[in-house]
Design a protein around this ligand. Structure first.
Ligand SMILES: Nc1ncnc2c1ncn2[C@@H]1O[C@H](COP(=O)(O)OP(=O)(O)O)[C@@H](O)[C@H]1O
Ligand SMILES: [Mg+2]
Length: 253
């Protein structure tokens, strides 16, 4: 697998009231094409900050990040925004969708915005995605008229509308019950099987067990990593979760 996204010597310092907080300390990280990597670690260890800097949503204090062979350094804001819109997808714990639009229109919006396809095609793609994720029946609903699990799957559809090379997911199941979390996780596995790389943050060993590799972040640096390889089946998941839990205990989880 070829490296698609890479960070070298990545540092992020927040200065609040003249006090410097070194949130990321000299991180080297690589994500290969089609790879599914999970970041775990205690609250405040810098997981979200790592996700935001590596996706170009937030600027690093030091270090170099390259995506598809192009360095973020010197990239104009507009260029970065376009790159994110076209090549990256995002889902978060608390999802933000437009209240005044129905679910289908929310999913379509970034597709229209990117303008890569004709509007009719974007609409068709959105419907295909909704069918695939089993939520076509909520196409005309408002966001207040669906369950948390349905909304998160809708957010996943929206994140995938421009066929991104990589999906960033910050605690995508954090607000869901375990059944809905399991369903969203299964969808992520499918998305990854279809070729989209995923960089995810989660607190759940069960959810993390679906990924190829887990890195453990502690006080802003990578303490360890474990390679699980591609998930075979549901039974495999239980065994991997056990393996991961043991490893996490060793990391001081
Ligand atoms: N915008 C910000 N300004 C100042 N400090 C921040 C900001 N975002 C995060 N931090 C600090 O960075 C540290 C890591 O935060 P975060 O990346 O959200 O951790 P995690 O996702 O692992 O819980 C925390 O100490 C947090 O207070
Ligand atoms: Mg976080």
């Amino acid at each position: 697998m070829e490296n698609m996204l890479s960070a070298k010597g990545l540092c992020k310092t927040y200065v609040v009231n003249k006090y410097s907080n070194n949130v990321l300390r000299n991180i080297d990280f690589e994500l290969a094409e089609g790879e599914f990597v999970t970041i775990m670690g205690p609250s405040g260890s810098g997981k979200s900050t790592l996700l935001y800097t590596i996706s170009g949503m937030d600027q690093a204090t030091a270090g170099d990040i390259t995506f598809l062979g192009k360095s973020y350094a010197g990239m104009k804001d507009r260029e970065m925004a376009k790159l994110r819109l076209v090549s990256m997808g995002f889902i978060f714990q608390q999802m933000y969708m437009m209240r005044k639009l129905c679910i289908l229109d929310n999913i379509i919006l970034p597709g229209y915005h990117a303008g890569l396809e004709e509007r009719k095609k974007v609409r068709e793609d959105a419907e295909v995605l909704m069918r695939r994720l089993g939520i076509i029946e909520i196409a005309d609903n408002r966001i207040t008229e669906v369950s948390g699990g349905q909304l998160q799957r809708a957010c996943l559809c929206r994140a995938l509308i421009n066929r991104p090379k990589v999906l960033f997911a910050d605690e995508p199941t954090g607000a869901l019950n375990s059944k809905a979390a399991g369903e969203v996780m299964q969808e992520l596995v499918k998305v990854n099987r279809d070729g989209t790389a995923i960089l995810m943050v989660t607190h759940s060993a069960r959810v993390a067990a679906a990924s190829d590799k887990v890195v453990y972040l502690m006080d802003g640096h990578i303490e360890g990593e474990i390679t699980l390889g591609k998930l075979a089946d549901e039974a495999d998941l239980t065994q991997r979760e056990r393996q991961l839990n043991k490893w996490l205990m060793d990391q001081g989880w």
